[in-house]
Design a protein around this ligand. Sequence first.
Ligand code: SF4
Ligand code: SF4
Length: 186
Amino acid sequence: MAPVPGSGLAKGLAVTLRTMTRKTVTEQYPDAQPELPPRTRGVIGLFEENCTVCMLCARECPDWCIYIDSHKETVPATTPGGRDRSRNVLDRFAIDFSLCMYCGICIEVCPFDALFWSPEFEYAETDIRDLTHERDKLREWMWTVPAPPALDPGAEEPKEVAAARKAADKLAAQQRADQPGQEDRT
Ligand code: SF4
Ligand code: SF4
């Protein structure tokens, strides 16, 4: 059957009218920054103070793109007759983001909460070698890591907070006991 003349035009106009009334989903990036969810996998930040150089992240990384160098340092015994201890000191921590596949395994396996996702994604480079971020750059990313979500109102207090509160209460009670007249004056 031959098509009705003008039916194609009518169909096209119908599509135009339909889409004109819908909310646009186009992001005007880079003129407007996209609103990314807080758990976006953009780049990895390193909180160096928490890293014990256990090497777990480097071992578990499926792309072998985490480079860690360290050396051992002897910590002298603190008590007479005690034994000296040794600890690992971090010399290099780098992630090659040209190889990373953003699986998040390194962050999951880190037992000491030293690695975090940041939603930052604007770190394209013209030289691929610049995609290897050394420890200073990884530390800088920590400033862009979003704060963890607040606890549910009925959630149990974290153990660390409960322990700190108990210690503070004990100290305050001790101080009150040491200065019995103090309470009367206040
Ligand atoms: S996100 Fe995955 S691929 Fe990237 S560094 Fe971590 S473990 Fe390796
Ligand atoms: S797993 Fe965590 S603590 Fe261990 S080397 Fe990696 S970042 Fe450091």
